[in-house]
Design a protein around this ligand. Structure first.
Ligand code: F6P
Length: 344
């Protein structure tokens, strides 16, 4: 068979491991031809690609980022975008396309399949772990480890100065990284988009901790966390070029509010794209590898419209349309029963 592969949306550790697994299985084992489109859908529209083989994927297993490049955006943004995708399929005689992406790219791939009959297979990725239909996405565990390591380091400097460290992590619509890194790092409080926070309650938690004789607090906040309505107003946010709210201000907003209420000095640490860079953990490399191999099987079995997923430890397939405009939000029991036990 001959098929393409692309990486879409924000990059994440493990993308190269998927590309390698796809190439090694398809080209070396099955004798397929695999082409890697550059820069996500742009490469499909403009027919910019590379022929993938053992040599082109050599050494990329531990490398972060994606050798193919990635972009946000979709063929549906352009008037002739879908026709051009279909033309590329025809011109290159493709039997399928593996789309490695998050909610946005998988929704696009699903629509191209259901509405336009194009043979798509999805592979879910994102550090945010917010794709519906899979127990986990690769990249998430790496991001959590990076955030946990940072929190561990911040504890000692916070203790030395008796400060409140407000650590902002990624998580626009779902607080998975904040929740897991917060639990692993022993956070004083964790603020996530799913559970609007009351800044007075957060400040009380900090005071209570210090009254018990503990020095220093680390408040972990997801970038998409929001205050309970009627508590305090967030400054109005601009939209970025993709129409998303420009986040990245929440830690700077809440740190002075906590200081004002508690009297403790606060400092802000924004981990930002450090969470997305660098080498994937071994867990993510294994998950990426399993996903890549399963995606090739899915192409061979012509399971178009499906994506490979992790379910109770097994790799299986599910309809890609489950991702359409959906977000897998955090496990609220984990938040309430586990994380919250240690607040304060
Ligand atoms: O890919 C997901 C994500 O890392 C989100 O957590 C974050 O809000 C966003 O990407 C940042 O996007 P960009 O890289 O375009 O600034």
């Amino acid at each position: 068979m001959k098929f393409g592969v692309l990486t879409g949306g924000g990059d994440c550790p493990g993308l190269n491991a998927v590309i390698r697994a796809i190439t090694r299985k398809a080209v070396d084992v099955s004798g397929d031809t695999v082409i890697g489109f550059y820069d996500s859908w742009d490469g499909v529209l403009e027919q910019r690609y590379i022929n993938l083989d053992t040599l082109t994927v050599r050494g990329i297993l531990p490398r972060g980022g994606t050798i193919l490049g990635t972009r946000r955006g979709s063929p549906f943004d352009k008037p002739d975008g879908v026709d051009r995708v279909a033309q590329t399929f025809k011109d290159l005689k493709l039997d399928g396309l593996i789309v490695i992406g998050g909610n946005g790219s998988l929704t696009v791939a699903s629509m191209l399949h259901t509405k336009h009959g194009l043979p798509m297979i999805g592979v879910p990725k994102t550090i945010d772990n917010d794709v519906v239909g899979t127990d986990a996405t690769f990249g998430f565990q790496t991001a959590v480890q990076i955030a946990t390591d940072a929190i561990d380091r911040l504890h000692t400097t916070a203790e030395s100065h008796d400060r409140v460290m407000v650590v902002e992590v990624m998580g626009r619509d779902a607080g998975w990284i904040a929740l897991h890194a917060g639990i692993a790092g022993g956070a004083t409080a964790i603020l996530v988009p799913e559970v609007p926070f009351d800044i007075d309650d957060v400040s009380e938690i900090v005071k209570r901790r210090h009254n018990r004789g503990r020095y220093a607090s680390v408040v972990v906040v997801a970038e998409g966390a929001r205050p309970k309505s009627g508590t305090f107003e967030m400054p109005e946010r601009k939209l970025d070029r993709y129409g998303r709210e420009q986040l990245g201000d929440i830690a700077h907003v809440i740190a002075p509010e906590i200081s004002a209420r508690t009297g403790f000095e606060s400092r802000v640490v924004q981990l930002g794209h450090i969470q997305r860079g660098g080498t994937p953990t071994s867990y993510d490399r294994v998950l990426s590898t399993r996903f890549g191999l399963a995606a090739v099987d899915a192409v061979h079995r012509k399971l178009f419209g499906q994506m490979v997923v992790l379910k109770s430890g097994e790799i299986t397939c599910t309809d890609m349309s489950v991702t359409a405009n959906q977000t897998k939000t955090i496990d609220l029991t984990l938040f309430a029963d586990v994380a919250a036990t240690f607040f304060g």
